[in-house]
Design a protein around this ligand. Sequence first.
Ligand SMILES: NC(=O)C1=CN([C@@H]2O[C@H](COP(=O)(O)OP(=O)(O)OC[C@H]3O[C@@H](n4cnc5c(N)ncnc54)[C@H](O)[C@@H]3O)[C@@H](O)[C@H]2O)C=CC1
Ligand SMILES: O=C(O)[C@H]1O[C@H](OP(=O)(O)OP(=O)(O)OC[C@H]2O[C@@H](n3ccc(=O)[nH]c3=O)[C@H](O)[C@@H]2O)[C@H](O)[C@@H](O)[C@@H]1O
Length: 465
Amino acid sequence: MTQITKICCIGAGYVGGPTMAMIAKKCPHIKVTVVDLNEQRIAAWNDEDVNKIPVYEPGLSEVVAEARGRNLFFSTEVESAIADAQMVFISVNTPTKTYGAGKGQAADLKWIELCARQIARVAKDNKIIVEKSTLPVRTASAIRDILTHTGNGSQFQILSNPEFLAEGTAVEDLDAPDRVLIGGDSTPEGQIAVQALVDVYANWIPRERILTTNVWSSELSKLTANAFLAQRVSSINSLSELCEKTEADITEVAKAIGTDSRIGPKFLKASVGFGGSCFQKDILNLVYIARSYGLQEVADYWEQVIIMNDHQKKRFANQMIRDLYNTVNGKKISFLGWAFKKDTNDTRESAAIYVADHLLYEQAYISVYDPKVLEDQVYADLDYLGSRTQEENRNGVKVVSDPYEACKGAHAIAVLTEWDEFKNYDWQRIYDSMLKPAKIFDGRNLLDTNKLSDIGFIVQAIGKK
Ligand SMILES: NC(=O)C1=CN([C@@H]2O[C@H](COP(=O)(O)OP(=O)(O)OC[C@H]3O[C@@H](n4cnc5c(N)ncnc54)[C@H](O)[C@@H]3O)[C@@H](O)[C@H]2O)C=CC1
Ligand SMILES: O=C(O)[C@H]1O[C@H](OP(=O)(O)OP(=O)(O)OC[C@H]2O[C@@H](n3ccc(=O)[nH]c3=O)[C@H](O)[C@@H]2O)[C@H](O)[C@@H](O)[C@@H]1O
Protein backbone atom coordinates (compact mmCIF):
# COMPACT_ATOMS: atom_id res chain seq x y z
CA MET A 1 0.00 0.00 0.00
CA THR A 2 1.20 3.49 -0.82
CA GLN A 3 1.11 5.72 2.25
CA ILE A 4 0.91 9.26 0.95
CA THR A 5 3.02 11.81 2.82
CA LYS A 6 3.76 14.34 0.07
CA ILE A 7 1.14 15.96 -2.13
CA CYS A 8 1.56 18.66 -4.74
CA CYS A 9 -1.34 20.57 -6.28
CA ILE A 10 -0.89 22.48 -9.52
CA GLY A 11 -3.22 25.50 -9.47
CA ALA A 12 -3.85 27.72 -6.44
CA GLY A 13 -7.28 28.97 -7.46
CA TYR A 14 -10.76 28.73 -5.98
CA VAL A 15 -10.50 24.93 -5.93
CA GLY A 16 -6.80 24.17 -5.44
CA GLY A 17 -6.39 26.61 -2.53
CA PRO A 18 -9.36 25.63 -0.33
CA THR A 19 -9.22 21.91 -1.17
CA MET A 20 -5.56 21.57 -0.30
CA ALA A 21 -5.93 23.74 2.80
CA MET A 22 -8.57 21.30 4.05
CA ILE A 23 -6.44 18.22 3.27
CA ALA A 24 -3.51 19.84 5.11
CA LYS A 25 -5.69 20.73 8.10
CA LYS A 26 -7.12 17.23 8.39
CA CYS A 27 -3.90 15.36 7.59
CA PRO A 28 -1.04 16.95 9.54
CA HIS A 29 1.17 13.99 8.52
CA ILE A 30 0.95 14.96 4.84
CA LYS A 31 3.05 17.79 3.42
CA VAL A 32 0.87 19.66 0.94
CA THR A 33 2.45 22.10 -1.51
CA VAL A 34 0.21 24.20 -3.74
CA VAL A 35 1.97 25.69 -6.75
CA ASP A 36 0.94 28.24 -9.32
CA LEU A 37 2.58 30.20 -12.12
CA ASN A 38 0.80 33.31 -10.94
CA GLU A 39 3.29 34.94 -8.56
CA GLN A 40 0.82 37.50 -7.29
CA ARG A 41 -1.66 34.79 -6.34
CA ILE A 42 0.97 32.78 -4.47
CA ALA A 43 2.18 35.92 -2.69
CA ALA A 44 -1.40 36.58 -1.59
CA TRP A 45 -1.79 33.00 -0.27
CA ASN A 46 1.41 33.61 1.70
CA ASP A 47 0.39 37.06 2.97
CA GLU A 48 1.21 37.48 6.64
CA ASP A 49 -2.28 38.85 7.11
CA VAL A 50 -4.29 35.70 6.54
CA ASN A 51 -7.37 37.79 5.75
CA LYS A 52 -5.66 38.85 2.52
CA ILE A 53 -5.61 35.38 0.92
CA PRO A 54 -6.92 35.66 -2.65
CA VAL A 55 -10.10 33.63 -2.19
CA TYR A 56 -12.82 34.95 0.09
CA GLU A 57 -14.70 32.06 1.69
CA PRO A 58 -16.26 32.06 5.15
CA GLY A 59 -13.94 30.14 7.51
CA LEU A 60 -11.13 29.67 4.99
CA SER A 61 -8.62 32.03 6.55
CA GLU A 62 -8.86 30.07 9.82
CA VAL A 63 -8.15 26.79 8.02
CA VAL A 64 -5.19 28.33 6.20
CA ALA A 65 -3.88 29.94 9.39
CA GLU A 66 -3.89 26.58 11.14
CA ALA A 67 -1.99 24.63 8.50
CA ARG A 68 0.13 27.17 6.63
CA GLY A 69 3.83 26.83 7.41
CA ARG A 70 3.13 23.59 9.31
CA ASN A 71 2.32 21.20 6.46
CA LEU A 72 0.70 23.57 3.94
CA PHE A 73 2.90 25.56 1.58
CA PHE A 74 2.20 27.87 -1.34
CA SER A 75 4.95 28.24 -3.91
CA THR A 76 5.86 29.18 -7.47
CA GLU A 77 8.51 26.43 -7.58
CA VAL A 78 6.34 24.19 -9.73
CA GLU A 79 8.97 21.73 -10.91
CA SER A 80 10.56 20.91 -7.57
CA ALA A 81 7.15 20.48 -5.93
CA ILE A 82 6.07 18.03 -8.65
CA ALA A 83 9.36 16.13 -8.45
CA ASP A 84 9.08 15.81 -4.69
CA ALA A 85 5.43 14.62 -4.52
CA GLN A 86 3.99 11.10 -4.57
CA MET A 87 0.60 12.40 -5.59
CA VAL A 88 0.03 15.37 -7.93
CA PHE A 89 -3.37 17.03 -8.16
CA ILE A 90 -4.11 19.01 -11.30
CA SER A 91 -6.44 21.85 -10.39
CA VAL A 92 -5.90 24.34 -13.17
CA ASN A 93 -8.54 26.26 -15.07
CA THR A 94 -10.47 24.57 -17.90
CA PRO A 95 -12.45 27.44 -19.45
CA THR A 96 -14.58 27.35 -22.58
CA LYS A 97 -12.47 27.57 -25.75
CA THR A 98 -12.42 31.03 -27.29
CA TYR A 99 -10.84 30.01 -30.61
CA GLY A 100 -10.67 27.27 -33.22
CA ALA A 101 -12.67 24.05 -33.29
CA GLY A 102 -15.25 23.90 -30.52
CA LYS A 103 -14.98 27.66 -29.92
CA GLY A 104 -17.65 28.77 -27.44
CA GLN A 105 -18.44 25.22 -26.28
CA ALA A 106 -15.57 22.80 -25.81
CA ALA A 107 -13.35 22.97 -22.73
CA ASP A 108 -9.92 24.44 -23.42
CA LEU A 109 -7.52 21.76 -22.21
CA LYS A 110 -4.37 23.74 -23.01
CA TRP A 111 -3.44 24.14 -19.33
CA ILE A 112 -4.16 20.50 -18.55
CA GLU A 113 -1.86 19.37 -21.34
CA LEU A 114 0.86 21.76 -20.17
CA CYS A 115 0.62 20.27 -16.68
CA ALA A 116 0.86 16.72 -18.05
CA ARG A 117 3.90 17.63 -20.11
CA GLN A 118 5.53 19.34 -17.16
CA ILE A 119 4.93 16.32 -14.94
CA ALA A 120 6.34 14.06 -17.66
CA ARG A 121 9.43 16.25 -17.88
CA VAL A 122 10.30 16.49 -14.19
CA ALA A 123 9.05 13.22 -12.69
CA LYS A 124 11.85 10.82 -11.81
CA ASP A 125 9.78 8.25 -9.93
CA ASN A 126 6.28 6.72 -9.94
CA LYS A 127 3.42 9.11 -9.22
CA ILE A 128 -0.32 9.17 -8.84
CA ILE A 129 -1.85 11.96 -10.92
CA VAL A 130 -5.24 13.22 -9.78
CA GLU A 131 -7.59 15.13 -12.06
CA LYS A 132 -9.19 17.67 -9.74
CA SER A 133 -10.14 20.08 -12.52
CA THR A 134 -13.49 19.45 -14.24
CA LEU A 135 -12.71 17.66 -17.48
CA PRO A 136 -14.48 16.21 -20.49
CA VAL A 137 -15.07 12.49 -20.25
CA ARG A 138 -12.02 10.57 -21.55
CA THR A 139 -9.45 13.27 -20.77
CA ALA A 140 -7.53 10.82 -18.60
CA SER A 141 -6.57 8.88 -21.70
CA ALA A 142 -4.90 11.98 -23.18
CA ILE A 143 -3.02 12.60 -19.93
CA ARG A 144 -1.96 8.96 -19.85
CA ASP A 145 -0.70 9.18 -23.45
CA ILE A 146 1.56 12.08 -22.59
CA LEU A 147 2.82 10.53 -19.37
CA THR A 148 3.56 7.07 -20.75
CA HIS A 149 5.95 8.52 -23.29
CA THR A 150 8.41 10.07 -20.87
CA GLY A 151 10.93 7.33 -21.63
CA ASN A 152 12.40 7.32 -18.12
CA GLY A 153 10.48 4.28 -16.88
CA SER A 154 8.35 6.09 -14.29
CA GLN A 155 4.86 4.65 -13.86
CA PHE A 156 1.81 6.87 -13.53
CA GLN A 157 -1.69 6.14 -12.37
CA ILE A 158 -4.36 8.62 -13.38
CA LEU A 159 -7.30 9.15 -11.04
CA SER A 160 -10.35 11.33 -11.50
CA ASN A 161 -11.41 13.10 -8.31
CA PRO A 162 -13.76 15.92 -9.30
CA GLU A 163 -14.57 18.63 -6.80
CA PHE A 164 -18.17 19.35 -5.81
CA LEU A 165 -17.68 22.30 -3.46
CA ALA A 166 -19.80 25.39 -4.05
CA GLU A 167 -18.30 28.81 -3.58
CA GLY A 168 -19.45 30.63 -0.48
CA THR A 169 -19.76 27.32 1.38
CA ALA A 170 -16.43 25.78 0.31
CA VAL A 171 -15.17 25.15 3.84
CA GLU A 172 -18.29 23.39 5.07
CA ASP A 173 -18.58 21.46 1.79
CA LEU A 174 -14.98 20.27 2.10
CA ASP A 175 -15.32 19.51 5.79
CA ALA A 176 -18.46 17.40 5.38
CA PRO A 177 -19.08 16.62 1.71
CA ASP A 178 -22.16 14.68 0.57
CA ARG A 179 -19.64 12.43 -1.15
CA VAL A 180 -16.14 12.25 -2.49
CA LEU A 181 -15.82 10.63 -5.90
CA ILE A 182 -12.70 8.78 -7.01
CA GLY A 183 -12.41 7.13 -10.41
CA GLY A 184 -9.53 4.81 -11.24
CA ASP A 185 -8.45 1.90 -13.40
CA SER A 186 -9.62 -1.59 -12.51
CA THR A 187 -6.06 -2.95 -12.78
CA PRO A 188 -4.30 -3.90 -9.52
CA GLU A 189 -2.04 -0.83 -9.84
CA GLY A 190 -5.08 1.35 -10.51
CA GLN A 191 -6.85 0.01 -7.44
CA ILE A 192 -3.77 0.61 -5.26
CA ALA A 193 -3.78 4.24 -6.42
CA VAL A 194 -7.51 4.57 -5.71
CA GLN A 195 -6.96 3.17 -2.22
CA ALA A 196 -4.12 5.63 -1.57
CA LEU A 197 -6.45 8.54 -2.30
CA VAL A 198 -9.32 6.96 -0.37
CA ASP A 199 -6.95 6.76 2.62
CA VAL A 200 -6.23 10.49 2.39
CA TYR A 201 -9.91 11.43 2.52
CA ALA A 202 -10.72 8.76 5.09
CA ASN A 203 -8.79 10.87 7.60
CA TRP A 204 -11.99 12.86 8.07
CA ILE A 205 -14.70 11.59 5.74
CA PRO A 206 -16.78 8.50 6.62
CA ARG A 207 -15.79 5.66 4.29
CA GLU A 208 -19.33 5.17 2.99
CA ARG A 209 -19.26 8.69 1.60
CA ILE A 210 -16.20 7.96 -0.51
CA LEU A 211 -17.45 6.53 -3.80
CA THR A 212 -15.14 4.73 -6.17
CA THR A 213 -15.93 4.19 -9.86
CA ASN A 214 -14.16 3.76 -13.14
CA VAL A 215 -12.39 6.86 -14.49
CA TRP A 216 -14.94 7.65 -17.17
CA SER A 217 -17.94 7.50 -14.84
CA SER A 218 -16.17 9.84 -12.47
CA GLU A 219 -15.28 12.36 -15.19
CA LEU A 220 -18.80 12.29 -16.60
CA SER A 221 -20.49 12.46 -13.18
CA LYS A 222 -18.98 15.88 -12.54
CA LEU A 223 -20.41 17.39 -15.72
CA THR A 224 -23.68 15.63 -15.03
CA ALA A 225 -23.97 16.93 -11.46
CA ASN A 226 -23.49 20.52 -12.61
CA ALA A 227 -25.89 20.03 -15.50
CA PHE A 228 -28.61 18.69 -13.16
CA LEU A 229 -28.13 21.52 -10.67
CA ALA A 230 -28.22 24.22 -13.35
CA GLN A 231 -31.22 22.54 -14.94
CA ARG A 232 -33.17 22.97 -11.71
CA VAL A 233 -32.42 26.68 -11.68
CA SER A 234 -33.41 27.07 -15.33
CA SER A 235 -36.56 25.03 -14.72
CA ILE A 236 -37.71 27.20 -11.84
CA ASN A 237 -36.69 30.36 -13.70
CA SER A 238 -38.70 29.33 -16.74
CA LEU A 239 -41.75 28.99 -14.52
CA SER A 240 -41.08 32.32 -12.84
CA GLU A 241 -41.99 33.99 -16.11
CA LEU A 242 -45.25 32.08 -16.24
CA CYS A 243 -45.95 33.07 -12.62
CA GLU A 244 -45.60 36.73 -13.52
CA LYS A 245 -48.33 36.29 -16.15
CA THR A 246 -50.73 34.25 -14.02
CA GLU A 247 -50.55 35.65 -10.48
CA ALA A 248 -49.05 32.40 -9.23
CA ASP A 249 -46.11 33.08 -6.89
CA ILE A 250 -42.86 31.25 -7.69
CA THR A 251 -41.83 31.02 -4.02
CA GLU A 252 -45.12 29.30 -3.20
CA VAL A 253 -44.83 27.02 -6.22
CA ALA A 254 -41.22 26.11 -5.30
CA LYS A 255 -42.28 25.27 -1.76
CA ALA A 256 -45.26 23.26 -2.95
CA ILE A 257 -43.20 21.10 -5.29
CA GLY A 258 -40.09 21.00 -3.08
CA THR A 259 -41.93 19.31 -0.24
CA ASP A 260 -42.33 16.27 -2.49
CA SER A 261 -39.39 14.22 -1.27
CA ARG A 262 -38.74 13.01 -4.80
CA ILE A 263 -38.17 16.59 -5.93
CA GLY A 264 -36.61 18.05 -2.77
CA PRO A 265 -36.45 21.69 -1.65
CA LYS A 266 -32.93 22.69 -2.67
CA PHE A 267 -31.88 24.61 -5.76
CA LEU A 268 -35.36 25.90 -6.48
CA LYS A 269 -34.72 29.59 -5.90
CA ALA A 270 -35.82 31.67 -8.83
CA SER A 271 -33.26 34.32 -9.68
CA VAL A 272 -31.96 36.73 -12.26
CA GLY A 273 -30.07 33.74 -13.66
CA PHE A 274 -27.28 31.47 -12.54
CA GLY A 275 -23.68 32.57 -12.83
CA GLY A 276 -20.32 31.26 -11.69
CA SER A 277 -17.36 29.91 -13.54
CA CYS A 278 -18.68 26.41 -14.04
CA PHE A 279 -22.36 25.83 -14.76
CA GLN A 280 -22.33 27.41 -18.18
CA LYS A 281 -18.91 26.13 -19.21
CA ASP A 282 -19.63 22.59 -18.05
CA ILE A 283 -23.02 22.37 -19.76
CA LEU A 284 -21.60 23.80 -22.98
CA ASN A 285 -18.90 21.19 -22.74
CA LEU A 286 -21.50 18.46 -22.23
CA VAL A 287 -23.40 19.75 -25.26
CA TYR A 288 -20.20 19.73 -27.30
CA ILE A 289 -19.31 16.18 -26.26
CA ALA A 290 -22.81 14.91 -27.06
CA ARG A 291 -22.69 16.57 -30.52
CA SER A 292 -19.25 15.16 -31.16
CA TYR A 293 -20.75 11.68 -30.71
CA GLY A 294 -23.62 12.62 -33.05
CA LEU A 295 -26.18 12.78 -30.22
CA GLN A 296 -28.16 15.79 -31.42
CA GLU A 297 -31.21 15.32 -29.20
CA VAL A 298 -29.06 14.92 -26.10
CA ALA A 299 -27.12 18.05 -27.01
CA ASP A 300 -30.25 20.09 -27.74
CA TYR A 301 -31.84 18.99 -24.47
CA TRP A 302 -28.99 20.30 -22.32
CA GLU A 303 -28.36 23.39 -24.43
CA GLN A 304 -31.83 24.57 -23.50
CA VAL A 305 -30.64 25.05 -19.89
CA ILE A 306 -28.23 27.73 -21.12
CA ILE A 307 -30.73 29.28 -23.52
CA MET A 308 -33.21 29.65 -20.67
CA ASN A 309 -30.57 31.21 -18.42
CA ASP A 310 -29.58 33.76 -21.05
CA HIS A 311 -33.26 34.55 -21.52
CA GLN A 312 -33.73 35.11 -17.78
CA LYS A 313 -30.88 37.63 -17.57
CA LYS A 314 -32.12 39.51 -20.64
CA ARG A 315 -35.71 39.40 -19.44
CA PHE A 316 -34.71 40.97 -16.12
CA ALA A 317 -32.88 43.83 -17.82
CA ASN A 318 -35.71 44.38 -20.30
CA GLN A 319 -38.27 44.47 -17.54
CA MET A 320 -36.29 47.21 -15.82
CA ILE A 321 -36.22 49.27 -18.97
CA ARG A 322 -39.94 48.75 -19.58
CA ASP A 323 -40.86 49.70 -16.01
CA LEU A 324 -38.68 52.77 -16.18
CA TYR A 325 -40.95 54.15 -18.92
CA ASN A 326 -39.04 52.48 -21.75
CA THR A 327 -35.89 54.48 -21.29
CA VAL A 328 -32.98 54.35 -18.91
CA ASN A 329 -30.93 56.87 -20.87
CA GLY A 330 -28.99 58.98 -18.35
CA LYS A 331 -30.83 57.42 -15.41
CA LYS A 332 -28.89 56.33 -12.37
CA ILE A 333 -29.50 52.67 -11.56
CA SER A 334 -28.03 51.25 -8.39
CA PHE A 335 -26.71 47.68 -8.42
CA LEU A 336 -26.65 45.95 -5.05
CA GLY A 337 -24.30 43.05 -5.58
CA TRP A 338 -21.92 42.07 -8.36
CA ALA A 339 -20.67 38.63 -7.23
CA PHE A 340 -22.39 35.62 -8.83
CA LYS A 341 -23.74 34.57 -5.41
CA LYS A 342 -23.36 35.66 -1.80
CA ASP A 343 -20.33 34.97 0.39
CA THR A 344 -17.82 34.96 -2.44
CA ASN A 345 -15.72 37.60 -4.17
CA ASP A 346 -15.92 35.61 -7.41
CA THR A 347 -17.68 37.37 -10.27
CA ARG A 348 -17.12 34.97 -13.12
CA GLU A 349 -20.21 34.79 -15.36
CA SER A 350 -22.17 36.76 -12.79
CA ALA A 351 -25.63 37.76 -14.01
CA ALA A 352 -24.81 41.32 -12.88
CA ILE A 353 -22.27 41.67 -15.68
CA TYR A 354 -24.80 40.86 -18.38
CA VAL A 355 -27.56 42.97 -16.89
CA ALA A 356 -25.13 45.91 -16.66
CA ASP A 357 -24.02 45.39 -20.24
CA HIS A 358 -27.62 45.44 -21.44
CA LEU A 359 -28.42 48.62 -19.53
CA LEU A 360 -25.23 50.31 -20.70
CA TYR A 361 -26.34 49.75 -24.30
CA GLU A 362 -29.40 51.76 -23.32
CA GLN A 363 -27.11 54.45 -21.90
CA ALA A 364 -27.98 54.00 -18.25
CA TYR A 365 -25.58 55.19 -15.58
CA ILE A 366 -24.84 52.40 -13.11
CA SER A 367 -23.61 52.68 -9.55
CA VAL A 368 -22.35 49.38 -8.10
CA TYR A 369 -21.96 48.32 -4.49
CA ASP A 370 -20.78 44.84 -3.51
CA PRO A 371 -19.40 44.03 -0.06
CA LYS A 372 -16.55 41.86 -1.40
CA VAL A 373 -15.91 42.70 -5.03
CA LEU A 374 -13.24 45.28 -5.77
CA GLU A 375 -13.64 48.14 -8.23
CA ASP A 376 -10.97 46.82 -10.61
CA GLN A 377 -12.79 43.51 -10.90
CA VAL A 378 -16.05 45.17 -11.96
CA TYR A 379 -14.26 47.06 -14.73
CA ALA A 380 -12.26 43.98 -15.75
CA ASP A 381 -15.52 42.02 -16.11
CA LEU A 382 -17.06 44.69 -18.33
CA ASP A 383 -13.90 45.25 -20.36
CA TYR A 384 -13.66 41.50 -20.98
CA LEU A 385 -17.00 41.57 -22.80
CA GLY A 386 -15.52 43.96 -25.35
CA SER A 387 -18.87 45.72 -25.80
CA ARG A 388 -17.40 49.21 -25.51
CA THR A 389 -14.14 50.99 -24.74
CA GLN A 390 -12.56 50.91 -21.29
CA GLU A 391 -13.21 54.63 -21.03
CA GLU A 392 -16.89 54.18 -21.83
CA ASN A 393 -17.19 51.49 -19.16
CA ARG A 394 -15.62 53.80 -16.59
CA ASN A 395 -17.88 56.66 -17.61
CA GLY A 396 -21.01 54.52 -17.45
CA VAL A 397 -20.28 52.64 -14.24
CA LYS A 398 -19.08 53.84 -10.86
CA VAL A 399 -18.15 51.44 -8.08
CA VAL A 400 -18.73 52.74 -4.57
CA SER A 401 -17.93 51.39 -1.12
CA ASP A 402 -21.12 52.58 0.57
CA PRO A 403 -24.55 51.16 -0.33
CA TYR A 404 -26.35 54.36 0.66
CA GLU A 405 -24.10 56.29 -1.68
CA ALA A 406 -24.86 53.77 -4.45
CA CYS A 407 -28.61 54.34 -4.07
CA LYS A 408 -28.61 58.11 -3.57
CA GLY A 409 -30.36 59.91 -6.41
CA ALA A 410 -31.12 56.64 -8.23
CA HIS A 411 -34.27 55.97 -10.24
CA ALA A 412 -34.09 52.30 -9.44
CA ILE A 413 -32.25 49.65 -7.47
CA ALA A 414 -31.46 46.21 -8.85
CA VAL A 415 -30.58 43.44 -6.38
CA LEU A 416 -28.20 41.15 -8.24
CA THR A 417 -26.62 39.16 -5.40
CA GLU A 418 -28.35 37.78 -2.31
CA TRP A 419 -25.95 39.25 0.29
CA ASP A 420 -27.59 39.02 3.73
CA GLU A 421 -26.61 42.55 4.69
CA PHE A 422 -28.96 44.00 2.04
CA LYS A 423 -31.94 42.84 4.11
CA ASN A 424 -30.92 44.93 7.08
CA TYR A 425 -30.36 48.28 5.44
CA ASP A 426 -32.22 51.38 6.54
CA TRP A 427 -34.64 51.20 3.62
CA GLN A 428 -36.51 54.33 4.69
CA ARG A 429 -33.27 56.28 4.45
CA ILE A 430 -32.61 54.80 1.01
CA TYR A 431 -36.14 55.65 -0.14
CA ASP A 432 -35.80 59.23 1.03
CA SER A 433 -32.60 59.66 -0.97
CA MET A 434 -33.96 58.31 -4.27
CA LEU A 435 -35.88 59.88 -7.15
CA LYS A 436 -39.59 59.07 -7.15
CA PRO A 437 -41.24 56.82 -8.02
CA ALA A 438 -38.52 54.73 -6.37
CA LYS A 439 -38.31 51.26 -7.91
CA ILE A 440 -36.65 48.08 -6.76
CA PHE A 441 -36.03 45.12 -9.03
CA ASP A 442 -35.23 42.26 -6.72
CA GLY A 443 -33.39 39.69 -8.84
CA ARG A 444 -32.99 37.40 -5.84
CA ASN A 445 -36.37 37.62 -4.09
CA LEU A 446 -34.33 38.67 -1.10
CA LEU A 447 -36.09 41.71 0.33
CA ASP A 448 -39.28 42.03 2.31
CA THR A 449 -41.65 43.25 -0.39
CA ASN A 450 -44.46 44.22 1.99
CA LYS A 451 -42.19 46.31 4.15
CA LEU A 452 -40.72 48.08 1.12
CA SER A 453 -44.14 48.71 -0.40
CA ASP A 454 -45.28 50.25 2.89
CA ILE A 455 -42.36 52.66 2.72
CA GLY A 456 -43.43 53.63 -0.80
CA PHE A 457 -41.18 51.59 -3.07
CA ILE A 458 -42.55 49.96 -6.20
CA VAL A 459 -41.10 46.47 -6.04
CA GLN A 460 -40.77 43.95 -8.85
CA ALA A 461 -39.49 40.55 -7.74
CA ILE A 462 -38.87 37.41 -9.79
CA GLY A 463 -41.88 35.20 -10.46
CA LYS A 464 -44.30 37.42 -8.58
CA LYS A 465 -46.92 39.75 -9.93
N1 LIG B 1 -14.54 27.41 -8.83
C1 LIG B 1 -15.22 26.40 -8.34
O1 LIG B 1 -16.03 26.57 -7.44
C2 LIG B 1 -15.04 25.02 -8.87
C3 LIG B 1 -14.19 24.75 -9.94
N2 LIG B 1 -14.01 23.47 -10.39
C4 LIG B 1 -13.07 23.18 -11.47
O2 LIG B 1 -11.75 23.28 -10.92
C5 LIG B 1 -10.83 23.77 -11.90
C6 LIG B 1 -10.12 24.99 -11.36
O3 LIG B 1 -11.08 25.99 -11.12
P1 LIG B 1 -10.73 27.29 -10.28
O4 LIG B 1 -9.91 26.92 -9.10
O5 LIG B 1 -12.01 28.01 -10.08
O6 LIG B 1 -9.80 28.07 -11.33
P2 LIG B 1 -8.86 29.32 -11.05
O7 LIG B 1 -8.74 30.03 -12.35
O8 LIG B 1 -9.33 30.04 -9.84
O9 LIG B 1 -7.45 28.65 -10.68
C7 LIG B 1 -6.65 27.95 -11.58
C8 LIG B 1 -5.20 28.29 -11.29
O10 LIG B 1 -4.35 27.43 -12.06
C9 LIG B 1 -3.18 28.15 -12.40
N3 LIG B 1 -2.49 27.49 -13.52
C10 LIG B 1 -2.92 27.31 -14.78
N4 LIG B 1 -2.01 26.60 -15.49
C11 LIG B 1 -0.99 26.34 -14.65
C12 LIG B 1 0.26 25.63 -14.78
N5 LIG B 1 0.58 25.03 -15.93
N6 LIG B 1 1.07 25.57 -13.71
C13 LIG B 1 0.74 26.15 -12.55
N7 LIG B 1 -0.41 26.82 -12.36
C14 LIG B 1 -1.27 26.90 -13.39
C15 LIG B 1 -3.71 29.53 -12.75
O11 LIG B 1 -2.67 30.50 -12.66
C16 LIG B 1 -4.81 29.72 -11.68
O12 LIG B 1 -4.31 30.41 -10.53
C17 LIG B 1 -11.68 24.02 -13.15
O13 LIG B 1 -11.59 22.88 -13.98
C18 LIG B 1 -13.08 24.15 -12.62
O14 LIG B 1 -14.03 23.75 -13.57
C19 LIG B 1 -14.64 22.42 -9.78
C20 LIG B 1 -15.46 22.62 -8.71
C21 LIG B 1 -15.72 23.92 -8.15
O1 LIG C 1 -18.25 22.93 -10.43
C1 LIG C 1 -18.43 23.95 -9.79
O2 LIG C 1 -17.83 25.00 -10.02
C2 LIG C 1 -19.44 24.01 -8.71
O3 LIG C 1 -20.61 24.64 -9.29
C3 LIG C 1 -21.67 24.87 -8.39
O4 LIG C 1 -21.22 25.70 -7.33
P1 LIG C 1 -21.15 27.30 -7.46
O5 LIG C 1 -21.22 27.68 -8.89
O6 LIG C 1 -19.96 27.72 -6.69
O7 LIG C 1 -22.41 27.85 -6.68
P2 LIG C 1 -23.96 27.39 -6.66
O8 LIG C 1 -24.44 27.49 -5.28
O9 LIG C 1 -24.17 26.11 -7.36
O10 LIG C 1 -24.66 28.56 -7.48
C4 LIG C 1 -24.48 28.69 -8.88
C5 LIG C 1 -25.39 29.79 -9.40
O11 LIG C 1 -26.75 29.38 -9.38
C6 LIG C 1 -27.54 30.34 -8.70
N1 LIG C 1 -28.65 29.64 -8.01
C7 LIG C 1 -28.41 28.56 -7.23
C8 LIG C 1 -29.45 27.92 -6.61
C9 LIG C 1 -30.77 28.34 -6.79
O12 LIG C 1 -31.75 27.78 -6.26
N2 LIG C 1 -30.97 29.42 -7.60
C10 LIG C 1 -29.95 30.08 -8.21
O13 LIG C 1 -30.19 31.06 -8.95
C11 LIG C 1 -26.58 31.00 -7.72
O14 LIG C 1 -27.03 32.25 -7.32
C12 LIG C 1 -25.32 31.08 -8.58
O15 LIG C 1 -25.37 32.19 -9.43
C13 LIG C 1 -22.11 23.54 -7.78
O16 LIG C 1 -23.12 23.80 -6.81
C14 LIG C 1 -20.94 22.82 -7.12
O17 LIG C 1 -21.35 21.55 -6.65
C15 LIG C 1 -19.82 22.66 -8.15
O18 LIG C 1 -18.69 22.06 -7.55
